[in-house]
Design a protein around this ligand. Structure first.
Ligand code: ZN
Length: 257
């Protein structure tokens, strides 16, 4: 099993350290973790974690929340760090019009610069999209064919959004929110209609802890609860979902075996 989106360097994990998270993940059958950066210090720490642990891969980039704070030098530093062989993608990048912690024009500028880095380095992108679906899709379309696809992480759209990003070479990553509540939501339809070879699972830890641990801190070991819920929705064995999401994550991030 692979957790396709974890923030192992987040301060909430400072006491445990990355090693404890990796060990607990392995005990739960999660043998690889894609660790995602969001600002310059976390880029550095994420590369360090990937150098230290075979099972950890790095995704380097600047979160849209950082857009008012970063300058051209930061973007150059990201590109330099992203050349590292264990950096498998650029991100997380995208647009966040829900929190709006940075000016929208600055978010757009940073998003475009990140897509250009992905194009130059021929690495996929990890996209953060909150209440910015139309603008994210428009920007991705502008750059279509110039970078090797990516993943819509923590997917929060409907099947319409999914249909518009699949032709751009995108994967759909299902977070712990799929385990919340008893009622069906749009994400259930996304799971059912997503092509089998485009589905990923993630924790987005330390946030979005799946049931039965909802409300506590999340960690990569808990990605199995997302896998189990996806299996239940699709009427499949958890082992099958494990196998196919693992293959998809390996293909997207070119992990090899
Ligand atoms: Zn994230």
């Amino acid at each position: 099993m692979i957790d396709s989106h974890a923030h192992l360097t987040h301060p909430d994990f400072a006491e445990d350290g990355v090693g404890a998270l990796v060990t607990r993940a392995e005990e739960a059958g999660v043998n690889r973790i894609i660790c995602i950066a969001y600002d310059i210090p976390s880029c550095r720490e994420t590369v360090e974690a990937a150098e230290k642990f075979d099972s950890v891969y790095a995704v380097i980039g600047l979160h849209p929340h950082e857009a008012d704070r970063v300058d051209d030098n930061d973007i150059i530093r990201v590109e330099e760090m992203a050349r590292h062989k264990k950096v498998v993608a650029i991100g997380e990048t995208g647009l966040d019009f829900y929190r709006d912690w940075a000016k929208r024009e600055n978010q757009e500028k940073l998003f475009r610069a990140s897509l250009e880095i992905a194009g130059r380095l021929e690495k996929p992108v990890v996209i953060h999209d909150r209440e910015a679906h139309d603008d994210v899709v428009a920007t991705l379309k502008e750059h279509a064919g110039r970078f090797p696809g990516g993943v819509m992480h923590c997917f929060s759209g409907d099947t319409g959004l999914m249909e518009s990003v699949l032709p751009l070479g995108f994967y759909i990553s299902i977070p712990g929110t799929i385990t919340f509540g008893k009622k069906e939501g749009p994400l259930h339809d996304v799971v059912r209609r997503c092509p089998e070879d485009r589905l990923l699972i993630e924790t987005d830890c330390p946030w979005l802890t799946p049931a039965p641990h909802r409300g506590k801190r999340n960690e990569p070991a808990y990605v199995r609860f997302v896998r189990d819920k996806v299996a239940e929705i699709l009427g499949r064995d958890p082992e099958e979902i494990d196998r196919l999401t693992t293959e998809n994550t390996e293909r997207l991030f070119r992990l090899g075996n």
